[in-house]
Design a protein around this ligand. Structure first.
Ligand SMILES: [Zn+2]
Length: 59
């Protein structure tokens, strides 16, 4: 088991591919989570994809 440092990873579901992350994102959106995005993890020990929140747009 790998313990990862850094906030990008902790508590987040990890996906091997963008497709899997996208699928997870769609599920979260269906549950009411808007403004979600998939992004490639920066963590070298992870190298996966995560679903995160988009920053608020400027109004
Ligand atoms: Zn990660």
């Amino acid at each position: 088991m790998i313990r990862t440092k850094g906030r990008a990873c902790t508590g987040k579901r990890r996906h091997d591919t963008e497709e899997q992350a996208e699928e997870h994102r769609q599920r979260l959106i269906a549950k009411g989570g808007v403004r979600l995005t998939t992004y490639r993890c920066r963590n070298r020990t992870c190298r996966g994809w995560h679903v995160g929140h988009l920053p608020k747009p400027r109004t």
